[in-house]
Design a protein around this ligand. Structure first.
Ligand SMILES: Nc1nc2c(ncn2[C@@H]2O[C@H](COP(=O)(O)OP(=O)(O)OP(=O)(O)O)[C@@H](O)[C@H]2O)c(=O)[nH]1
Length: 469
């Protein structure tokens, strides 16, 4: 390297043919004196772009701490050795693309010879395999969907360090997107995005969900899709957003996966590949979760009325009674039974009887509050759990149910109006005593009194209240 011009030329010729990126620097000044062709091809830098090794490595590190905590100590430790062991590092090229490099150096006299081996493809393949198996393990362990999505997002951000990622979930009933995972976005952004309607010009994600196709917005501040959201983008400090609809194996929309950039950017082929990978991973996670949810729903809900079933009701009663023991909050249970249901079946047929049960379920749901729970616990018998409810309020709710049901009807298969009524029993736990069974027994007794009193009325165990019509 040092003695003869001819030797220099020969060595450079040899080094220029090697596929490994090579450079050498002066040990005393640190100045890089030579880079081979593969070095230029790998990092995009020419010799004139680079001063000394350490400044250059600092410049291409993802951040200062990365250089200070990982690269600098490694250089320091092996500075006076003949050769340093490999160091795996994530580095940026001149065009800001990321490379995963295995690098090492050897010292020959005053020269340090550097080798940079690009292991990006191998690293990416390994990381993706790891991501996939982590995700599958979490799915198998029934981890919370949000936790699984967060792992996916973090994984993609690691592969693409200058990106921010998010997963939004499609809410079919509300036709909007709900926050799935966006761990590195500010809260204000996440709150604003949660519940955003699916539609054209609703940012990249709302539009991608609406169109069912990938939406690439390279510059948020000039794109019509973002015209109502630029202020929000400013708050999150993002300038580009590439969003992919996440589709199920049957082609249904599940949500969106998005990569955001801090500066105006167009995706490369590798970015497209990354988006495909992330969307696919997210679709497996969401689809498995939804399948589990559907199974759970089948186990907990009655298929005819779509109300909770007996098992789920008792489970929730236990949860509530424990809460009530802790915070002394009152709760009430109503038992409700269709009057003379056998007659309805006999007169109009079993199918019409089913319609009555369905109507009763939907009427009750429209009357009850969000936190109340109604369950079908027998053929034509229903139980209703009213959290944080005292007796008087429970009686009013029971009467409201009775009166509404009395004034409703269904059409029989032969188009006759079918009217029906219910009897109700009410019991409360408000003095902090009594098990679930005790309260259910009381509500049952009260229901029996309602039936005995001629039906279509409300009783509590303490006696009747004048709600008969
Ligand atoms: N259509 C329909 N009928 C059902 C279902 N489950 C139970 N039943 C019927 O519900 C009826 C209940 O009859 P009973 O226990 O005598 O009660 P009832 O006729 O309502 O009389 P009271 O409760 O005393 O007012 C039976 O005829 C059952 O066959 C169901 O899923 N669909």
């Amino acid at each position: 390297m040092k003695d003869s011009q001819n030797n220099d030329v020969r060595l450079e010729d040899i080094l220029n043919t090697t596929p490994i990126a090579v450079s050498w620097s002066s040990l005393s000044s640190g100045r890089i004196e030579y880079i081979n062709k593969a070095f230029n091809e790998l990092f995009g830098f020419a010799l004139d772009d680079i001063l000394d090794v350490e400044t250059w490595l600092l410049r291409i590190s993802p951040h200062r701490e990365y250089y200070q905590n990982i690269i600098a100590p490694w250089i320091e430790e092996y500075r006076s050795d003949v050769s340093a062991p490999d160091l795996k590092a994530t580095l940026f090229c001149k065009d800001n693309s990321v490379r995963h490099i295995k690098m090492c150096f050897s010292t020959i006299g005053d020269k340090q010879l550097w080798y940079f081996n690009d292991v990006t493809d191998h690293w990416v393949a390994e990381e993706r395999l790891r991501a996939r198996s982590n995700m599958l393990e979490m799915v198998a362990k029934s981890s919370a969907l949000k936790d699984i999505l967060k792992v996916i997002v973090k994984q993609i951000q690691q592969e693409s360090p200058l990106s921010l990622c998010s997963v939004l979930l499609f809410d079919k009933d509300e036709q909007c997107l709900r926050l799935g995972a966006a761990p590195d976005f500010p809260d204000i952004y996440n709150q604003a995005i949660d519940g955003v309607k699916v539609g054209l010009n609703v940012g990249s994600c709302g539009t991608a969900a609406y169109l069912g196709q990938r939406v690439i917005v390279e510059d948020i501040y000039v794109h019509p899709y973002w015209k109502d959201y630029t202020q929000l983008a400013r708050q999150a400090e993002v300038a580009a957003c590439w969003s992919d609809p996440i589709m199920s194996s049957k082609g249904d929309l599940l949500g969106t996966f998005a990569i955001y950039k801090r500066s105006v950017s167009a995706p490369s082929e590798k970015d497209f590949e990354l988006i495909n990978f992330a969307s696919h991973l997210a679709s497996i996670a969401i689809e498995s979760f939804r399948a589990q949810e559907a199974l759970q729903k089948k186990a907990d809900f009655d298929h005819l009325t779509e109300l909770a079933n007996r098992g789920y009701f008792f489970q929730q009663c236990e949860v509530l009674i424990n809460k009530s023991i802790d915070d002394h909050s009152p709760f009430a249970i109503l038992m409700m039974d269709v009057d003379h249901f056998k007659k309805i079946n006999d007169q109009f047929g079993h199918k019409t009887g089913d319609l009555v049960l369905q109507k009763l379920a939907s009427m009750s749901l429209s009357i009850l509050r969000r936190d109340d729970l109604i369950a079908r616990i027998g053929g034509e018998e229903f139980a209703i759990l009213l959290p944080f409810t005292e007796k008087n309020e429970a009686l009013l709710i029971a009467e409201r149910l009775r009166a509404s049901i009395e004034s409703s009807m269904v059409l029989s298969l032969d188009h006759q109006n079918v009217f029906f009524t219910v009897s109700l029993g009410v019991a409360c736990r408000q003095d902090g005593s009594g098990t679930v069974d005790d309260i259910l027994n009381k509500a049952d007794k009260a229901l029996y009194q309602s039936k005995a009193a001629g039906r279509n009325c409300v009783f509590s165990v303490e006696g009747s209240i004048n709600f008969r019509f």
